[in-house]
Every structure is written in C-alpha cells, then in structure tokens.
Design a protein around this ligand. Structure first.
Ligand SMILES: Nc1ncnc2c1ncn2[C@@H]1O[C@H](COP(=O)(O)OP(=O)(O)O)[C@@H](O)[C@H]1O
Length: 175
C-alpha cells in the first residue's frame, strides 16, 4: 500500500487483552471522530476468515492472510479505527498510532467471567494482562513513539482515553 493520500485521515489500531475495554472505546471514538470502526473479530466471523477452531480455548483461530487481504484496500483510504486483541501480524505501515487498552486484573476477571470463558481461557487472558503481553507485542511490532497505553476500567478512564486519542489526532493533523 502506498503512503496515505495527502488529505486522508490516519489509521489507528486499538488493541489489548479481551475484556480490557477496546469496543467500549472504539464505539465512542468512531462516532466522535467520524472514523470507520473495523472490529476484526466481527469481520473475521462474518467472512469466515477462520483457519480452524481451538476447542481447548473455545475460540476460532484467525486466518490472518484473509483478514489482511480484506482490510488492505480499506486501510489505503485511511480514517479507520481497527480493533483486535492482537497486533503483531498487521503490516507496520498501516498504522499512524497504536493504543493499547489495559485493565486491572480484578475488573478484567469479572468481565471475562461474565462472558462465561472457560477456566483455561480465563486464566490465559488474565496472565496475558498481568504480563503486559499485548503492550510488549505492540512495542516490539511498531515504533515506540506511536505506541500509547490507555486505561479501560472506569467511565473516567474512557473519558481520559477519548481525550488522549483526540489530542493525538489534533497533533497529527498539524504535521
Ligand atoms: N471505560 C469503561 N468504563 C466502564 N465500563 C467499561 C469500560 N470499558 C469497557 N467497559 C465494560 O467492560 C466490558 C468489556 O468491554 P469491551 O469494550 O467489550 O472489551 P473488549 O472490546 O476489550 O473485549 C463491557 O461490559 C463494557 O461495557
């Protein structure tokens, strides 16, 4: 994909452990910034971009190639908020900013319990949050000066996160 067209809006990646608060933020961001919300889990399910099913973790295994092919033309236009609970397989050139949503374990545990995650899936996601796996993945996959950490526990956190992303966008437009 060539660089963004001169007057295109940027592409933003919102990532983080399942339950951290990505969708809650993306929904508000997309409507307030007038960006396209691309929820990759939803897109994968709707288009059957699935390789196989992992029974142990009770989740489909994403066919990353098919998802990339689907997203490529959309990313070229810019103005997208891409949401996914992983980030190391996207082309680095796609994103002008990466925001990692984090959440304290107790709250995350309660949220994932509400989703009826099985014990194994619950434990592995909580461990992922404890070890900061997604934040590390983001820092390993993108230039550190475009990776930012947000909090996703409370309404005040959401308010702050919206402000942070909007401020980033305002600075980006001035470049
Ligand atoms: N900042 C927040 N303040 C209060 N509740 C939140 C916040 N972020 C998420 N939630 C709640 O936590 C649950 C999981 O949030 P969600 O955005 O679906 O997580 P994710 O998309 O990261 O899996 C939802 O019930 C949502 O309403």
């Amino acid at each position: 994909m060539s660089e963004l067209l001169p007057d295109a809006k940027p592409n933003i990646l919102i990532t983080g452990t399942p339950g951290a608060g990505k969708s809650y933020l993306c929904e508000r961001l997309a409507s307030q910034l007038k960006f396209e919300w691309l929820d990759c889990s939803k897109i994968a399910k709707e288009n059957d971009f699935v390789e196989e099913y992992d029974a142990e973790y009770d989740c489909p295994i994403l066919d990353e190639e098919k998802l990339m092919d689907h997203l490529e033309p959309l990313m070229a236009k810019g103005g997208n908020i891409v949401e996914y609970h992983g980030c190391d397989f996207f082309p680095e050139r796609w994103f002008q900013a990466v925001f990692v949503v984090t959440c304290p374990n107790k709250t995350l545990y309660d949220r994932l319990k509400d989703r009826n995650y099985n014990e194994k899936k619950l434990t592995s996601n909580i461990q992922c949050e404890i070890f900061g796996t997604i934040l590390e993945e983001a820092r390993d996959s993108y230039k550190t000066d475009i990776v930012f950490q947000l909090k996703g526990e409370t309404k005040a956190d959401a308010h702050m996160s919206l402000k942070t992303v909007k401020n980033w966008y305002r600075m980006w437009k001035r470049k």
